[in-house]
Structure formats: C-alpha cells, structure tokens
Design a protein around this ligand. Structure first.
Ligand code: NG1
Length: 491
C-alpha cells in the first residue's frame, strides 16, 4: 500500500479545522509562488503524533500505541529535469533560513553534518534515505516547508519533518514505494541527524488513520493495527513549555537510555543463554526464552522475564559502572564502548540497568493491557475509561521513578490534571520536558484546560497571550497519516 493522494482537505483534517487549514494551504501556495515564481506541482503532509502509552520501549522491540494529531509538516514542491539542485525554504524564514544543496552522486547522495543543529538536516535525511535506493539522478526540487508541530515538545516534529521530506522526494521522483518501505527508510534516515531513534514516530506519521489510535509492533517486522478508542474518551495535550531537545541532551538522556536498555538486555541474554549470546533487545531475549513455550501469553512472558531481571541484573540501587557493565557483558571495556557508545556517545558515571529494564517490561505489558481494554470496551462500558486512565498514570510513575525521564514540570501538569478531571495523565514522547497527554471525558475538557491554564501556565509563564496558551494546551483527535495533496489550482 502506498501513501494516499487526495484532492480534498476534508479527508485529512477535522470539520472544525477545515477553514483554518484551507487558508493555511492557500497561504503556503501564495508564498511558494512569490519565492520560486511558479506553482507547486503537489503538496505533501506528514503529521506529528502523541503517544498514548508505550514510552521508551520501541527501541527494545516492544509495541506502542500512538495516534497522529492534526499538527503536521506540510511541504509544497515543484520539480525540474534541468538540474539536480534542491532549494528548501521555510515559511518562518527568520528562524529557518533558506538553504540549497545539490545531489552528490549515487554513493554520497548528500552530506549531512550531524554535529550541527541545522533545520535543513531533517530534509536532507529524507532526501538521502530515499535517493540511496534510486537508480537514476534525481530531479531538481523547489520546496517550501510549513510546520505546526511545536519543536521539542514530544509530539514528533522531527519525524513529521523527515517523513514529509521523504514523501516529497519519493513523489517528485516518482519512486514506487510502499508505506512500509517509506517508514522503514525514514526510521534509519533520521539517525543521520545524531539521534538513535526508535521507530514509533515515523510509523505513526505514515500509517495513522483518522479516528483510530495505532498499535505499532516492530518484531518480527514493522506491523500496524488501527485501534478503536472507547466512546467518550477525549485526549488533551498539554505542553510543559520546557523544551526537550534530544539532539543536545542525547548523551545524558535519550541515547544513554538506549545504551542502558541494550546492554541490560545483552547481560540478561548471556545469563539465560550462555556467554556467546549477543542479543541486545529485551524483545529478542523474551522471544528466544519463550520460543518453545508459545502457550504463555505475551503479557505473562513479560511478567516472567521481569522475575529473571530481578535475579540477574544486580546493583539495583547504585547502578553499574562502565567497567562493571563491560565485565557483565563479557567484553573489554573499550570494545563495549566502541560497539555501543561511539556512534551515539553518552555522558554518565552510572548505568541503571535494572531500573530501565523494570520500566521497559512493565510498560510493554501496559500497552497490551491498554489495547485489550479498548478491544473489549463494550463489555465494561462503565469502568473502561478509569481502567485506561489507571494504566496511563502507572506509565507516568514508571517513567518518572524507574526510567528517570520526567521532570518537575511534567509531574506538576500531570498531578494538576488528575486533580481537575483527568482520569489518566502521563508524559508523552521522550520526556525530560515536552508534552503530556491527558485522558478525560468531553464534559470535563473545558474545566481541565481552564484549571491547567490558571494553575500552571499563568503561574509559570505569565507573559503568554491567549493564542500562545491555546497552542500550549489543546484537545486532540486521532488524525490521518501522511498524504499527498493535489486539490489546488496549479496555474
Ligand atoms: P519524541 O521525543 O516524541 O521524538 C522519542 C523517539 C521515539 C520513542 C520516544 C520515547 C525519536 C525520533 N523518537 O520520541 O522513537 O523512543 O522518544 O517513547 O527519536
């Protein structure tokens, strides 16, 4: 299945935002003409996402449950056969100045300097990823980018940008690519900007369907399943306005967690299967351990694996030093560093393998419980939302206390939300700032939003005007994934 093409914005956006979106698209087209003195040939869009549950487990191979949001990255594009130059401009030129580059041949495609925080690198990631597999020199492109996903908010602005760039390049060069291939390439491509990302965001951005959450699984291969959310469930996104920049803080936060979970899994694998085991995700370890016991449900497998973690991952409170970790993994320290910490360096004295494993396995189990609860919602309509909310609250506590990826502001917003009508409240995305996702019912949305505005934003950010406040906290519905839009006047 390839990415759908539509000529009508109402297949993408909700009725309530159609007018605003069509004005936005008109504005992008006008600006494109001013800039490049021609009309765009097509427009692509890829959305951000909010992760309802399943945090920091995608890179351990476990399934997650995001949904796409309306906020997205839109790119208007024209092409030429005359040359292979690419011009990329942004509607916020003052913040994101226009850049140009040229195709550097089949082997290099384009050089990306990952040591610099440079907005056009995200475009180049999509460009490189797609053209590495193309047979012929690509077309030249004029591109205008317009993004509405707040950066550093945990709503996946980067994946929305990389996926829309990839889609722009695919469409411009008429490459025949399925959604699956596009997603898989975008996942690998995003690593070119220096973040060892999992695959949830790109999958959500490409595969989501309007009105459904998306159960994304990664093993044995990327697979997605739409999940109907129970009637009456309303989600609100509240951004803490603490910017979490994965690129800059990677060595102490995101990339370090990837190392802690991979090495933890490798040690567990060695304890269970002998010293030549090199498995380094908990999902691989679990699948191997239970390969002959397929009658054990996945949730029970997770519980049993957790008991094995209790036994085998020691130093529970104080964590491991680098040397202790190398000893446990059976590698000389330098070899372990070369294998796990060179492409994405880390900065720490202590590696908390047990706490991270505990979070990963309980969180993976919560995702399964959440999906099952949604699937059986009609059997217990009165308690379903409380149950889902409870799982979200447990998830937040685990992120905070075992995965250490929350922060005081996220904890404050989540507690306030629970006091004012949220059944569940948790950080969403990588954490360390960024956004939270709150589950409530329609009747409570206004009070909930009002209370958080009064007790969080107006206290901490009194300078914010109403528009900025409405940008920080807003209700959201499951939206459609990546789309090619051609329904505009091409003259
Ligand atoms: P955010 O912070 O929303 O970009 C990141 C990762 C996800 C996942 C979550 C934590 C990238 C691009 N995304 O999401 O794959 O690991 O953190 O659950 O790195």
């Amino acid at each position: 299945m390839s990415v759908p093409t539509t000529d009508s914005l109402d297949t993408i956006y909700s009725t309530s935002s159609l007018l605003k979106q069509s004005q936005r698209y008109d504005g992008i087209i006008t600006k494109f003409k001013e800039l490049y003195h021609e009309s765009p040939e097509f427009i692509v869009r890829s959305p951000g996402r909010v992760n309802i549950i399943g945090e920091h487990i995608d890179y351990s191979g476990f399934g997650v449950l995001p949904m796409a949001i309306e906020r997205d990255v839109v790119q208007a594009v024209s092409t030429t056969d005359k040359n292979t130059a690419v011009h990329v401009a942004n509607t916020i030129a003052s913040k994101y100045p226009a850049r140009s580059f040229d195709y550097q041949g089949k082997d290099t495609v384009v050089t990306i300097d990952a040591t610099k925080l440079e907005w056009s690198n995200y475009f180049k990631c999509g460009y490189k990823g797609m053209l590495e597999r193309a047979q012929v020199p690509p077309k030249g492109m004029n591109v205008l980018v317009d993004g509405t996903v707040p950066a550093g908010s945990g709503l996946s602005s980067s994946a929305a940008f990389v996926c829309s760039s990839a889609l722009a390049v695919v469409t411009a060069n008429q490459l025949d690519l399925s959604k699956q291939e596009l997603t898989e390439i975008a996942i690998v491509a995003e690593r070119n900007v220096g973040v060892n990302s999992g695959g949830m965001d790109q999958a959500a951005s490409v595969f989501s369907e309007k009105n459904f959450a998306l159960h994304v699984e990664f093993v044995p291969r990327l697979a997605t399943q739409p999940v109907q959310l129970p009637l009456g469930a309303c989600f609100v996104i509240a951004h803490t306005l603490v910017t979490a920049d994965k690129f800059t803080s990677g060595p102490r936060h995101y990339n370090l967690r990837v190392v802690e979970t991979k090495i933890g899994a490798r040690i567990l694998g060695r304890c269970l299967f002998g010293s030549d085991s090199t498995l380094d995700t908990y999902k691989e370890v679990m699948d191997r351990y239970f390969q002959d016991k397929l009658q054990v449900s996945e949730a029970d497998q997770m519980t049993e694996l957790l008991a094995l973690v209790e036994t085998h991952l020691t130093h529970k409170d104080r964590g491991y030093t680098q040397q202790e970790m190398a000893d446990a993994v059976g590698l000389p320290e330098q070899t372990m560093v070369a294998e796990y910490m060179t492409r994405f360096p880390v900065e720490t004295e202590t590696f908390h393998l047990y706490k991270r494993a505990h979070h990963v396995l309980t969180e993976a189990r919560r995702v399964l419980q959440f999906v099952a609860t949604c699937e059986h919602a009609s059997q217990h309509p009165d308690s379903v939302l409380e149950k889902l909310g409870g799982l979200m609250n447990e998830s937040h506590t685990s992120c905070d206390t075992m995965f250490d990826c929350s922060c005081p502001e996220l904890n404050a917003v989540c507690s306030l939300a629970r006091e004012h009508g949220a059944l569940g409240a948790r950080l969403t995305g990588a954490g360390w700032g960024g956004a939270s996702v709150l589950l409530t019912t329609q009747d409570k949305v206004p009070t909930l939003i009002h209370a958080i505005k009064d007790n969080y934003y107006r206290q901490k950010f009194p300078e914010l005007n109403d528009d900025q406040l409405n940008d920080a906290i807003f209700p959201t519905e499951p939206c459609s994934g990546a789309t090619i839009f051609t329904g505009f006047d091409h003259t």
